[in-house]
Ligand binder design. Structure first.
Ligand code: CMP
Length: 157
């Protein structure tokens, strides 16, 4: 089923000039970027986005990290996009992430893991709403659609 998910390219991704390479991986997979902007995360925005981590011991460090340089926020669309993007990104700790994933190939850190991707369709809805208004979404028909799957696999919805 076609889904949308939130992807954030974190400050380390911008600082290390990896934005283009990470975006290329999403595009190569056949995903559609339907919204994108560079912003600076405020402490208030960080607390809203990472509400479930507010009481974790690592939260103060996470807030300093996510607010220290700009981020690139995106909404990515495609078949089963939430799970597909999570698989492309890899597990949280870059040291443990599988080779071939974004974190596995570019990160050696649990905190500075380059990318945030929503962990469920419910989180995706909540997080997309935090970073984007409906007016900022630019959906379009991807030229690669015939190569994303057959009609039997992906009935029109
Ligand atoms: P993300 O997928 O954005 O979700 C929460 C973020 O908190 C995570 O990526 C990391 O950047 C950070 N994080 C998670 N666990 C730890 C930890 N144990 N120590 C430091 N940062 C962490």
């Amino acid at each position: 089923m076609s889904e949308r998910t939130l992807v954030l390219l974190k400050p380390d991704c911008i600082e290390r000039r990896l934005v283009g390479r990470v975006i290329a991986r999403l595009e190569d997979k056949g995903l559609n970027i339907i919204a994108m902007k560079m912003i600076r995360v405020t402490p208030e925005l960080a607390r809203r986005h990472y509400a479930e981590h507010l009481n974790k011991p690592f939260y103060p460090g996470l807030e300093s990290f996510i607010t220290r340089s700009p981020i690139v926020a995106m909404i990515v669309e495609g078949p089963e996009a939430v799970a597909v993007v999570r698989n492309l990104v890899g597990v949280t700790n870059g040291l443990e992430a599988a080779a071939g994933t974004i974190r596995g190939d570019f990160s050696s850190s649990q905190q500075m893991n380059l990318v945030h991707a929503s962990d469920s369709p419910e989180s995706a809805l909540r997080e997309m709403d935090i970073f984007f208004s409906q007016a900022e979404l630019c959906p379009y028909a991807p030229a690669v659609k015939p190569w994303l799957g057959t009609h039997e696999e992906r009935p029109a919805r």
